[in-house]
Design a protein around this ligand. Structure first.
Ligand SMILES: O=C(O)CCC(=O)C(=O)O
Ligand SMILES: [Fe+2]
Length: 197
């Protein structure tokens, strides 16, 4: 990935962060349109036998269904806007991407808990291309099996974070809740999904 000049120096991880990727006016327009055009849902997940609303809004687009934490997202067809964003990111990383999970963090109470993006349908070494729009939030990483945060970075409006190689085998990530005031944030994680038999 020649476009990324400053990979992180985390052991057993392959991470690249690109703070400002495209012209601000383009990403401002994407943010405004995605907020209103997306059919946001807040599904429930079962945790220790009890149902909980996920603490954010989500939407899934892809050529195949995609599941995590007992949730299955049926495939929704790509919108022209998501096709445009996907094409720009595919050109950036030089790889095809056939699915995207959209997360809407409405305020600091919305979050995503510790996890790795290691579902079987993402293949052995998943490539995760994550575009952030809107309010800045802190993204934490910790090694699998440890509770201590190993690295944190602020994901800014218009930034792209790429996770590749063996990262998902050795590291977990999260977006923690915060009491600090923060503007609504969208995150789009593009992936390459291989349908399971
Ligand atoms: O919101 C983020 O930056 C992280 C999203 C994420 O980890 C995911 O969609 O799997
Ligand atoms: Fe993730």
């Amino acid at each position: 990935m020649p476009l990324f000049d400053a990979p992180f120096d985390l052991p057993d991880a392959k991470l690249h962060y690109l703070p400002t990727w495209l012209d601000g006016a383009i990403v401002d327009r994407w943010l405004a349109r995605l907020l209103v055009e997306t059919p946001w849902e807040q599904p429930q997940v079962r945790l220790y036998g009890r149902l909980h609303l996920v603490p954010r809004q989500v939407a899934w687009y892809g050529d195949a269904a995609y599941g995590y934490s007992g949730l299955t997202h049926p495939p929704q067809s790509w919108t022209p806007l998501l096709v445009e964003i996907r094409a720009a990111l595919e050109a950036l990383v030089g790889q095809p991407l056939n699915g995207v999970l959209l997360n809407h963090y409405r305020d600091g109470r919305d979050s995503m808990g510790w996890h790795s993006d290691d579902e079987a349908e993402l293949g052995r070494d998943p490539l995760i291309v994550s575009l952030s729009l809107g309010g800045t939030r802190r993204f934490d990483l910790r090694r699998v099996g440890q509770t201590r945060i190993g690295h944190s970075l602020l994901l800014e409006h218009g930034s792209v974070l790429v996770m590749a190689g063996a990262t998902q085998h050795h590291w977990q990530h999260r977006v923690a809740k915060t009491r600090k005031p923060c503007a609504p944030r969208l995150n789009l994680t593009f992936r390459q999904v291989h349908p399971q038999p």
